[in-house]
Design a protein around this ligand. Structure first.
Ligand code: GCW
Length: 718
C-alpha cells in the first residue's frame, strides 16, 4: 500500500514537472527556465533585488505578474512585486509617465519620446527602469526585459527605446463556429464557442499572453468567410467573455462582418449599404456589441470575393460598403479592415490585376477609420509572389498588410518552412512609387504617404494541438509575425536568434534551428514552385502537387491557368506581350521584369512565358534548370533531416521526435512534389530529366490518382 502511494506520488511529481517545464511545446517561447550558468544567475540576482510596479491598472498588473513569474523562475529565487518605491538600489522600477519618479528618471536619462504602446528600458543609479506612456507599453517592456535576461545579456548599462511602428498588430483567425478552421492545420479552433461564455478554457489566457509577449495587440476570432450568427446576442456574449480575458493582455477583439447579416439575421429585404434601414441595423448591432465590449476594435470584411456577399450586389462600391460599417463604429473609436482580395472568374482579366483595377479608383473615397487590407502578393499566399501592385498605389488610403502565417501553400501542418524570410523579402521590396527606397514597409508604416492608421494582419496558424502549431517550428512564424508587425524593418536573423534562444537551451540546437529558419523557405519554393511557377497545387485542399488541375468550377482556380505549359514554353506572360500586369507597378519596378533575360530567376515564370530550351543566366536551359531546382529543394530538406538527427540527446526527447517525424514527412513530400511536377512538365518539354538527377519512382498517372479526401483545413460549404 505504502509502495503504491509512493509510486503514485512519484508519478504525480513527474507529471507536475512535465507540465511545468512544458517540453511538449505548449510553453512556446515563454519557457523561462532557470538560467543554468551560476555566475550569470548570481549576478542577475544581485542586480534584481526587488520589483516595483507604480501603476495599478489591469495591464500593469499583468506586467507585474509576468515579471515576477519570469524572473523568479529564471533566477531561481522569488522576485515579488511591490508598489512602493522605497530606498536602495537593485530595483526594477516599472511605471508610466504619470508617475513623477518615472518622468524624473526619463529626463535624467534623456530618453527620447516614448509613444503609445512604446517603452524605454534603461539602467540608472543602479536601478533599471521600464517606462512607458501607457500600460500596454509597460507590458511590452516587461516581455522585452524578460527576453534580455533570458539571453544572459549584461543589464547594467541598458538604454533602449522601442516604439511600435504599426498601430494594429492583429491575428486573423479563419476559425469557424463549429471549431473547424479554414486552412488550419493544427487541430480545431482553440475557441470553444459551444461552451463559452460559461466555460473558460485556461488556454484563452495563455493565448493572449503569448500574443502580448510579441507585441500583438488585436485579434479577429472569426473567419472572413463569415457567419451572421456572430451578431446573435448569445454569440455576442461569448465574444464578450473572450474580450474580458484578452483585455488585461492589451488585446482588442475584432469580428468579421458578413455583409448580408441584415437580411439573414435582421429579416431585412436588402443589405444595400445606402439603404437607411440597413445602416440603422448595423448601427444598432454595433451599439449592442460596444455595450458588451466597450473597447471592441471593429470589423474585418471579405466582400464580393469567392462567393461572399457584398455591396456590388446592389451596384455599390467597396467604399460604400466599408464606409457604412466605418460610420457605425466611428462613434466608439472602432475601425474597419476591408479586404482587397477580390477577383472574378467572369472578368476576362488576369487575376493578378483585378484587385488593383477595382481598388485604385476608390483611393481617397474611404472614411478615415478604414484600412484596406492587402495580401502580400497579387494572387494568393503562394510560396513566393512578387509584391502586390496595390502597395504604394493608394496614397490617400491607409493600406495594411495581410500575411498568411498558416501554411496553406507551404506544406501545411508538417513542413518546416520558416516564413520570416518571405515576410522580410516582401516588406523590404522597393515599390519605387516615390523613387528608390519606397519600400513596402514604408507604405505599411504610413511614412511614405503620411498615414496615421497603420496595421499588419497575420492569418493565424494556431489550433488546439498541444504545441499550438503542429510543426514546432511553425511557432517561429507566429513569433516572427508579431515581431515584424511591431517593426517591419527588423531582420529575420535577429528574430531567429531570439526565437531559437528562447525555444531551445542547447547552443548547437539553436544554431541548427537558425540555419533551418534561414534556408527552409527557399528550399520549399524550389521543391514546390521554382523559377516563379505558382498555384500548381492540388485542388480544394491544396495539399500536395497538382499542376495538371484543369477542370474546376472556375478557370482561375486551375493550375493550367497559371503555368500555361505547352510544347514550346511555360510560364505566365505578364509583360507587355501578355497581360501586362507589370503596368500596374511603377516604371522602375516594372523595368526589372520587363524582359525575360533580365528578370530575376525567382520570378521568371511569374512574368514570362519562356521556351523550354531557352538558355538561362545559369548556363542551363529552362528545362534543365527546373529539374535542378526541384532537386535542390529536396536536397535542402534532406540536409535538415541529417542535421536534426545529429541533435538527438541535445534537445528534450518529445520535441526532438516531433521535429524528426515532421522532417521525414517533409522529405517524402518534397520528393513527391519534385517527381510529380517533373513527370507532368516533362510531357510538355518532351525532354528527359537529366540522368545525373534522381528519376521519379512512379509514372505520372500514379501521382495524378493520389487523393486525400480528408485533408484538413478545407473550406466548409454551407
Ligand atoms: O487563400 C484563399 C483560401 C481561402 C480563403 C481565401 C481568402 C478564407 O484558399 O480558403 O478564404 O484565400 O483569403 O479569403
Amino acid at each position: 500500500m505504502i509502495r503504491l502511494k509512493f509510486i503514485i506520488a512519484l508519478w504525480l511529481s513527474f507529471t507536475a514537472i512535465s507540465s511545468v517545464t512544458g517540453e511538449d511545446g505548449y510553453a512556446l517561447w515563454l519557457r523561462y527556465h532557470k538560467i543554468e550558468n551560476k555566475t550569470i544567475r548570481k549576478k542577475y540576482a544581485s542586480q534584481i533585488k526587488s520589483l516595483v510596479i507604480l501603476n495599478k491598472g489591469e495591464v500593469a498588473n499583468t506586467a507585474a505578474k509576468e515579471l515576477s513569474k519570469g524572473l523568479s523562475s529564471m533566477l531561481d529565487t522569488k522576485v515579488e512585486s511591490q508598489m512602493s518605491l522605497g530606498k536602495g538600489s537593485g530595483k526594477i522600477i516599472v511605471g508610466t509617465v504619470e508617475n513623477a519618479a518615472i518622468t524624473q528618471a526619463i529626463n535624467k536619462n534623456k530618453t527620447g519620446e516614448i509613444k503609445n504602446e512604446g517603452y524605454a528600458i534603461f539602467s540608472l543609479d543602479k536601478n533599471i527602469y521600464i517606462a512607458a506612456t501607457d500600460e500596454k507599453g509597460l507590458l511590452y517592456g516587461a516581455f522585452h526585459f524578460l527576453r534580455t535576461v533570458h539571453s544572459g545579456a549584461d543589464i547594467s548599462k541598458l538604454n533602449l527605446l522601442e516604439n511600435p511602428k504599426l498601430k494594429v498588430r492583429i491575428l486573423n483567425h479563419w476559425d469557424n463556429m463549429d471549431r473547424t478552421i479554414e486552412r488550419g492545420y493544427a487541430g480545431f479552433s482553440i475557441f470553444n464557442w459551444h461552451q463559452l461564455p460559461d466555460y473558460i478554457d485556461p488556454r484563452y489566457e495563455d493565448y493572449a499572453r503569448a500574443n502580448a509577449s510579441i507585441g500583438i495587440n488585436a485579434t479577429v476570432v472569426t473567419n472572413v468567410n463569415a457567419n451572421y450568427l456572430v451578431f446573435r446576442p448569445d454569440y455576442m456574449d461569448k465574444f464578450a467573455a473572450l474580450a474580458d480575458i484578452f483585455r488585461p493582455y492589451g488585446i482588442k477583439l475584432y469580428l468579421t462582418a458578413r455583409f448580408s447579416s441584415p437580411i439573414e439575421l435582421g429579416g431585412l429585404k436588402t443589405a444595400d449599404p445606402l439603404d437607411p434601414a440597413v445602416q440603422q441595423w448595423w448601427n444598432e448591432k454595433t451599439k449592442e456589441i460596444y455595450k458588451r465590449i466597450p473597447d471592441f476594435g471593429g470589423f474585418l470584411v471579405k466582400a464580393n470575393s469567392e462567393g461572399q456577399p457584398g455591396p456590388q450586389e446592389y451596384n455599390r462600391t467597396h467604399a460604400d460598403g466599408a464606409n457604412m460599417l466605418a460610420d457605425a463604429v466611428a462613434p466608439f473609436g472602432g475601425i474597419v479592415m476591408w479586404r482587397a482580395f477580390v477577383y472574378s472568374n467572369e472578368e476576362p482579366v488576369d487575376r493578378a490585376k483585378q484587385a488593383y483595377n477595382e481598388f485604385v479608383p476608390l483611393d481617397g473615397k474611404f472614411r478615415k477609420n478604414v484600412l484596406v487590407q492587402v495580401k502580400n502578393g497579387p494572387i494568393d499566399f503562394q510560396p513566393r509572389e512578387p509584391i502586390h501592385p496595390l502597395f504604394g498605389a493608394m496614397p490617400k488610403t491607409p493600406v495594411m498588410m495581410e500575411f498568411q502565417i498558416t501554411k496553406e501553400y507551404l506544406g501545411q501542418g508538417t513542413h518546416l518552412v520558416g516564413l520570416s524570410k518571405m515576410y522580410e523579402e516582401v516588406l523590404k521590396a522597393d515599390t519605387y512609387v516615390k523613387g528608390k527606397g519606397s519600400l513596402v514597409a514604408k507604405v505599411i508604416d504610413g511614412s511614405l504617404d503620411n498615414q496615421e492608421l497603420t496595421g499588419m494582419a497575420g492569418v493565424a496558424n494556431i489550433g488546439n494541438e498541444r504545441n499550438w502549431t503542429s510543426n514546432l517550428f511553425a511557432q517561429a512564424d507566429w513569433y516572427a509575425f508579431g515581431r515584424l508587425a511591431w517593426d517591419p524593418y527588423m531582420e529575420s536573423k535577429t528574430i531567429f536568434q531570439e526565437w531559437a534562444g528562447l525555444t531551445f537551451d542547447n547552443a548547437e540546437v539553436q544554431k541548427t534551428a537558425i540555419l533551418f529558419l534561414e534556408n527552409s523557405h527557399e528550399w520549399c519554393v524550389k521543391y514546390m514552385t521554382p523559377l516563379g511557377l505558382h498555384h500548381i497545387m492540388a485542388a480544394n485542399h491544396h495539399y500536395g502537387p497538382g499542376p495538371w488541375v484543369s477542370r474546376m468550377s472556375r478557370a482561375d482556380w486551375t493550375s493550367v491557368y497559371y503555368h500555361k505549359a505547352d510544347s514550346v514554353a511555360v510560364g505566365f506572360d505578364r509583360s507587355v506581350t501578355g497581360t501586362n500586369a507589370l503596368e500596374q507597378y511603377s516604371p522602375e519596378f516594372a523595368a526589372q521584369y520587363a524582359s525575360a533575360d533580365k528578370t530575376d530567376l525567382k520570378f521568371l515564370l511569374w512574368f514570362h512565358h519562356v521556351p523550354w530550351n531557352q538558355k538561362l543566366s545559369t548556363g542551363k536551359t529552362l528545362w534543365e534548370e527546373m529539374c535542378e531546382e526541384y532537386n535542390r529543394g529536396v536536397q535542402g530538406v534532406s540536409s535538415m533531416v541529417t542535421d536534426w538527427n545529429k541533435l538527438k540527446g541535445k534537445v528534450d526527447e518529445e520535441r526532438f521526435q516531433q521535429v524528426a517525424m515532421h522532417l521525414k514527412i517533409q522529405e517524402d513530400e518534397a520528393k513527391w512534389w519534385r517527381d510529380a511536377c517533373l513527370s507532368y512538365f516533362k510531357t510538355f518539354s518532351r525532354q528527359a530529366i537529366p540522368a545525373h538527377l534522381p528519376q521519379p519512382e512512379h509514372d505520372l498517372k500514379y501521382y495524378q490518382d493520389l487523393n486525400y479526401p480528408y485533408s484538413p483545413g478545407i473550406r466548409p460549404r454551407w
